[in-house]
Design a protein around this ligand. Structure first.
Ligand code: ADP
Ligand code: ADP
Ligand code: ZN
Length: 234
């Protein structure tokens, strides 16, 4: 089976992972896989699993590792089943977030004979993050991300892509934002050293206009992801 190359996006909440992933995934022919989006989709159901996820999600706490891995693997398997040839790799947004998840990911990729082509680190100062998260709007239907001032939809309150009414996320409250940023600093930021030791990290200044960040990421990734000796090229 597969010799796919995946790319991992790491950055604090509000650094622009979702915004950038939506733009670069098609350019690199990767599939955007965001664990937060998978959970938001799962929570639209009315069952025990949805209630369990919500009990962590709304507080801004991490969902347990085992459950998160299960949801991620389900999505990767689905992509392989439905579009095995077209699926070159995932652009992972929001996974891994702690050491145990990084080790689990390594093991899963080893079993599949897949690899990580690069880890993109989006760096943004904290004051900017808070400003971005407080004005974030998302489309509950298609997952598109907007900002009241920095990236407004063409028609106020309405998704450009699908026309649905935009909402504020239930965890973009000041308390949940503070908790998530703290968890990032304590558990996720240390993963950068884990990947740096393997020469995988590409540092990007995320505190620039959206287009400039996209160009910086593409310039850094194209040589790594497009290399046919490392990743499947078709
Ligand atoms: P993350 O997925 O890392 O939490 P998002 O992509 O959801 O971040 O971005 C957070 C908010 O900041 C959104 O409202 C988005 O529109 C806005 N945003 C993203 N990138 C930029 C940027 N470079 N400049 C200004 N605002 C941005
Ligand atoms: P943000 O980056 O703004 O926290 P996400 O959409 O990536 O937003 O994640 C939203 C929530 O989904 C997290 O606060 C957490 O409850 C859950 N979640 C997402 N990814 C993971 C993960 N890898 N491990 C555990 N929980 C996760
Ligand atoms: Zn939409």
């Amino acid at each position: 089976m597969a010799d796919r190359c995946h790319v991992v996006l790491i950055g604090p909440q509000g650094s622009g992972k979702g915004t950038q992933a939506a733009r670069i995934a098609p350019r690199l022919r990767l599939v955007h896989v965001a664990t937060g989006d998978l959970f938001r989709q799962l929570m639209t159901r009315d069952d025990e699993l949805a209630r369990e996820v919500r009990s962590y999600y709304d507080r801004g706490a991490l969902v347990p590792d085992e459950l998160t891995l299960r949801v991620l693997l389900q999505r990767l398997d689905e992509l392989e089943r439905e579009s095995a040839e077209a699926f070159r790799g995932a652009l992972l947004d929001g996974y891994p977030r702690n050491r145990a998840q990084a080790e689990a990911l390594d093991q899963v990729l080893r079993e599949r004979r897949d690899s990580i082509a690069a880890v993109v680190h989006l760096a943004v100062p904290r004051a900017v993050l808070i400003e971005r998260l407080s004005g974030r709007l998302i489309c509950p239907q298609c997952g598109a991300t907007y900002h009241i001032r920095f990236s407004p939809p063409k028609t106020a309150g309405q998704c450009d892509r699908c026309g649905s009414a935009l909402i504020q996320r239930s965890d973009d409250t000041p308390e949940a934002i503070a908790r998530r940023l703290e968890t990032y600093e304590q558990q996720t930021a240390p993963l950068l050293d884990y990947y740096r030791a393997r020469g995988l990290v590409v540092d990007i200044d995320g505190n620039q206009p959206i287009d400039a960040v996209t160009e910086a990421i593409l310039a850094a990734l194209e040589p790594r992801v497009g290399d046919p000796s490392r990743c499947r090229s078709s």
